[in-house]
Design a protein around this ligand. Structure first.
Ligand SMILES: Nc1nc2c(ncn2[C@@H]2O[C@H](COP(=O)(O)OP(=O)(O)OP(=O)(O)O)[C@@H](O)[C@H]2O)c(=O)[nH]1
Length: 315
């Protein structure tokens, strides 16, 4: 790949990310601009700034901290919207930097098992497909397991990704036992000497308790084949659900021991600030962000870029 083609995806995903977060950043930018015109900074202005940040889904702790940082050394002085945005970007980056961590695949572990969990529609199957494409492009032998046996379309969707990425897909019939499917897939991945096994899971069953029981069972059964597996438990979160994402993290973390997050659909939401609230509260690593439905639309998560996009600073 030459430099110009390497630059293109980076630019296009940045455009989509900053474009997607435009509603977050534009409302934040406009509100901040309205607040700071022809006024000197005082407590009331900081409270207003804090409200604006709360509306962007950044969460109370971060909003409060940013407002304090804006106030530092600036009381009774005029302040520009750009100054406020710069403080927002700096403070957001501080929260995100510790969680922006790449997905590390231990080459000594074979197969390296990645269990992908999340509620239905969050983008699990699509993320698995994108990951399979990425990992196979890096030269790894990937296998996928259609553990979402509840939904026939999810099985078909995964098979399409399998064909697209040249990776075998282990699937059962709709309604078959997902734990035994995971068991078979891991055994098969071992026999075929695969580097990575990506396991899809159901996002919806009759009720939440049943879903969590099934996940627990899946993990238990996987451990029977390899006591160190799953090596990564990726929780896929849909950015458009806003604050709901916080409780999803709690539920899945308790059940499946989530090791890292992927946040999808950041290409079309005004609620991207939720990632900041999540980072602040749960401190779980964020490996990737989804910025579209295509195979290349899974971008590594970088704190600085994201912080600037949220604050509405041009890339
Ligand atoms: N715009 C956008 N759409 C996405 C992204 N990731 C996934 N989607 C879309 O979201 C929808 C749901 O994605 P799936 O991958 O089927 O979700 P799932 O979590 O597997 O859903 P279940 O199988 O029902 O549990 C699909 O239409 C995807 O194309 C993203 O980053 N951006």
């Amino acid at each position: 790949m030459n430099d110009s083609t390497e630059d293109q995806p980076k630019q296009s995903w940045w455009r989509r990310l900053s474009g997607g977060l435009k509603r977050t950043s534009a409302s934040l930018g406009t509100a901040v601009a309205d607040l700071v015109t022809k006024r000197k900074l005082d407590r009331a202005m900081l409270d207003d700034i804090e409200d604006v940040l709360l509306r962007a889904d950044l969460g109370t702790a971060v909003a409060e901290r940013i407002a304090e940082a804006v106030g530092e050394g600036r009381y009774d002085k005029a302040i520009s919207a750009d100054e406020v945005k710069a403080v927002v970007a700096t403070e957001v980056e501080k929260v995100l930097a510790p969680v922006a961590r790449p997905l590390v695949i231990d080459e000594t572990v074979k197969p390296f098992v990645i269990l992908v969990v999340g509620v239905n529609g969050s983008g699990k199957t699509t993320t698995i497909g994108k990951l399979a494409a990425k990992l196979s492009a890096e030269g790894r032998k990937v296998m996928m397991a259609a553990g979402d046996t509840f939904r026939a379309a999810a099985i078909d969707q995964l098979k399409v990704w399998g064909e697209r990425t040249g990776s075998p897909v282990i699937a059962g019939a709709q309604g078959s036992d997902s734990a035994s499917l995971a068991f078979n897939a891991l055994t098969e991945a071992r026999n075929q000497n695969r580097d990575v096994l990506l396991i899809d899971t159901a996002g919806r069953l009759q009720n939440k308790a049943e879903l969590m029981n099934e996940l627990e069972k899946m993990v238990r059964v996987i451990r029977r084949v390899d006591s160190s597996a799953p090596h990564v438990v990726l929780l896929v979160l849909d950015a458009t659900v806003g604050q709901n994402a916080l409780s999803q993290v709690e539920a899945f973390h308790r059940t499946a021991g989530v090791t890292g997050l992927v946040m999808t659909k950041l290409d079309g939401t005004a609620r991207g600030g939720i990632l900041v609230a999540l980072a602040e509260k749960h401190k779980l690593p964020v490996h990737f962000i989804g910025v579209g439905e295509g195979v290349d639309d899974l971008a590594p998560f970088t704190a600085g870029d994201f912080a600037r996009a949220v604050a509405g600073i041009e890339g």
